[in-house]
Design a protein around this ligand. Structure first.
Ligand SMILES: [Fe+2]
Length: 274
């Protein structure tokens, strides 16, 4: 059985019986309701709701309001650690570190040969020397400081290392001359990688980091130039001498062309889980 609408029922009953005095108050009531509906702003416009069947074109402010009210959160974040090397561990004299880098580069003939054969601009000890902390006290101090910075970053990343720990695997010098670049790469077989900056003359290149999901964005539009940093596809970080940057080793990065007349000097490293 269908329950009649009481207002309609009484109005119709009054019309049927010709009893106009019964229907009049309700007709006035209905008329007031109708006038009120016509005068009231449309709910979608008043409350700034997103497009509906009745309001197919939402304004920008409607959408901004909706974005503020909706539940949108970031997932699967990429962390980047930046600190002054001196904040943890023994004080490192960056002048001494720089002098040591150049001294090693001058003496390391095997490293020079490797750079020549592999078209590496400038010098790296990556392929030739594995014992810098043993050779030079300043590198031993550097390792001690880096161990602490990496431990702090591991804590931020909330790694469950079990009975293991993160241990220095490689530590190497990079001397990049004017015009030199280091193309996009990642550091396989490691957990945490990073660089500490020894000499950054004016015009020295920043570190360029790439969104690790780039390969999955085949049909996605580019981000707006003024998009939030966490949404940018590429991030440029310009560290200062004495800074240390850490990131997870799967994060693709590169050093764009060094535009400084003088060499850009840095020491990079990998930590593995043991
Ligand atoms: Fe690298």
């Amino acid at each position: 059985m269908v329950t009649p609408n009481p207002v309609e029922f009484i109005v119709k009953a009054a019309q049927y019986t010709g009893c106009s005095h019964m229907a009049t108050p309700f007709r006035r009531f209905l008329a007031r309701q109708e006038r009120g509906r016509a005068a009231a702003p449309r709910p979608a416009a008043r409350r700034g709701l997103p497009p509906t069947a009745k309001t197919p074109l939402a304004s920008r402010s409607d959408l901004r309001y909706h974005v503020r009210m909706a539940q949108i959160k970031s997932l699967f974040v990429t962390r980047l650690y930046r600190a002054a090397l001196s904040e943890l561990g023994p004080a490192i004299d960056t002048d001494e570190l720089e002098a040591s880098c150049f001294s090693i580069a001058e003496d390391d003939e095997a490293g020079q040969a490797w750079c020549e054969e592999n078209g590496y601009p400038g010098y790296t000890s990556y392929a030739s020397l594995t014992d810098l902390p043993w050779r030079f006290p300043v590198f031993a101090d550097l390792k001690e400081a880096l161990d602490l910075h990496v431990a702090a970053f591991a804590q931020d990343l909330e790694f469950d290392l079990g009975d293991g720990k993160l241990e220095l695997e490689d530590l190497w010098i990079n001397i990049l001359p004017e015009g030199g670049t280091h193309s996009s790469h990642l550091h396989p077989h490691s957990v945490i990688s990073g660089t500490t900056y020894v000499s950054m003359p004016d015009g020295a290149s920043a570190l360029k980091l790439e969104d690790p999901r780039s390969a999955r964005m085949m049909a996605a539009p580019a981000r707006r130039k003024d998009a939030r940093e966490e949404l940018q596809t590429f991030i440029y970080v310009k560290p200062q001498v004495g800074d240390v940057l850490l990131w997870e080793s799967w994060l693709r990065h590169e050093v764009p062309m060094n535009m400084a007349e003088d060499e850009r000097v840095s020491v990079s490293f990998n930590y593995k889980w043991v």
